[in-house]
Design a binder for this molecule. Sequence first.
Ligand code: ATP
Length: 499
Amino acid sequence: MEELVSLCKRRGFIFQGSEIYGGLQGFYDYGPLGVELKNNIKAAWWRTNVYERDDMEGLDASIIMHRQVLRHSGHEATFSDPMVDNKKNNKRYRLDHLVKDQKADVIAKVAEAMGQTAENFPAVVAALNANPAQASEALRAAGVRDPFSGEVGEWTEPKPFNMMFKTTIGPVADDESYGYLRPETAQGIFTNFKNVVDSTSRRLPFGIAQIGKAFRNEITPRNFIFRVRELEQMEIEFFCAPGTDEEWHEKWLEARLSWWEAQGVPRSKIEILDVPKEDLAHYSKRTYDLMYDYPTLGHEEIEGIANRSDYDLGSHTKNQSELGLVARVEENLDSIAKLTIPHPETNKPVVPFVIEPSAGVDRAMLAVLSEAFTKETLENGNERIVLKLKPHLAPIKVAVIPLARNKAELVDLARSIKNDLQKLGLGRILLEDSGNIGKAYRRHDEVGTPYCVTVDFDTVGKGEDASLTGTVTIRDRDTLAQERVKISDLSAYLQAKLR
Ligand code: ATP
């Protein structure tokens, strides 16, 4: 992980946010290559989930939302994590993180005190969260240490900490004029359900997909871009008739695993966690968490696929009592919309069930980079670092390199090849005229550029072999094989390789 973090900074993928002022914890900036990789991941997700399906619409809703939205969604009351303070040094920790960071014997003692075993950590967390008083006693009895000071802490009883960022809207800051930065993109989909149905005439089953920023005031942001306070999500709310939800839940699990595989994140590295009942979010009937085996972190959630029942639309709709809702929802006297759709069989208005595959873009980046990061020993004994990214995700698709940067003839031809390739719409093509071919190859291995095209003296008829005039060398990132290809065949060659 350390090597990957350093590569990300050195090559311009990811920087600490507000770095020149000492940095801001939990915020990261995506650099020249990071933005390309991120855009490519999002484009791959959109292509699979929107363009390649016939049952999906897209959406881009606003980030700041009416406080009523997040009140009726349940977030004001329940979007919180239990935190504990160490009275000795006033440090604050998320309860489950604190326990997870302890030595194995301490974790085992906490688990035992909560009537669980350390092997089933999700159940330990669920028990801790559900019983604050008992949790406090368990931390004391197990001698839980403060990760900062290393000493046994003096722990307070866990208290809920709401993770939403609140902000003032308009020029006057009073009790009424606040809103929230959305903690998930999902709510924008629910509040637009009626707009999308009315404008597209969709019938069940169908989904709405959205990619966008979400904000969570995490108590302990950490592990690089794994847990941040400003994150990006790729979310689908898939609406289906009650009774068909369990089948759709399974189908989405399968679809999502196969998408990850296509991004270079194999199934064998993902564990499917059937989230224990006690640990389910307030809206969930059942949730599968996809737990990717991150380097040094171990298995952590990369995506949640939740069966949200009719909770969300049921919470945001008017006339709740007439709609036969299955989920337990709070009364809503504020909504002005009835969020129903004709049942596909009976045609009677129904509040659909929702399956929600929700993936984090930042966590996707980390997984994709981790899988791609490779160290190889070459035949000559040298070591090389190479990012074996899938070509569709690579930030730079092709680097066009003139062999000498002070030879105008080579540079001009390289530039014209670059411009022609750029027009193919494959993504970023880079003119790499730094002059040192060895360094250029090393750099492009490290940033995952699948192909380097070199323009040399043979290309312009000034080398030793006249038969090579009008040809360039193509170097393959993974096999290191070099091939001579005619400039006139280059577009077709690369199109076939990179599409
Ligand atoms: P965790 O248990 O790790 O805090 P969560 O269960 O709260 O995650 P969800 O609410 O299910 O996460 O959010 C859906 C997805 O959004 C997650 O699978 C993850 O990929 C991403 N995500 C959530 N919180 C963060 C965060 N703080 N930083 C980066 N990505 C996040």
